[in-house]
Write a protein that binds this ligand. Sequence first.
Ligand code: FES
Length: 147
Amino acid sequence: MYSEKVMDHFQNPRNVGEIENASGVGTVGNAKCGDIMRIYLDIDENQVIQDCKFKTFGCGAAVATSSMATELVKGKTIREAMEVTNKAVMEALDGLPPVKVHCSLLAEEAIHAALWDYAEKNGIKIEGLEKPKSDIHEGEEEEEEVY
Ligand code: FES
């Protein structure tokens, strides 16, 4: 039921971890299952994403989509990163079962939340970016993290 790419990214997730002094950090919760995702972005002075890492308390599909999403945004400008939607991530993974589509939203929403954090810290506006709906504050879910 899962594509080879999903299994690969689930079994060998890329970019798991955290970035110290990240340019932007976003943590979101999935309203459907209660799972949590945190994304760290390292953005340089040209607004290029140099590094991206994630930590999650989420299912295998969330791990695989976040792994792929972090790979896709690395090296992109923040404007290009806005185009990395959950649909684009799912396409890159050769699809997800319909019941798992909501899991892929975690990565997209956490990247947006991290970009929002970066924009706020730097006093800039990113076109098309909206305030994250479900940002969770640092520390609230510390003990539940598995990655
Ligand atoms: Fe919660 Fe997949 S079931 S993220």
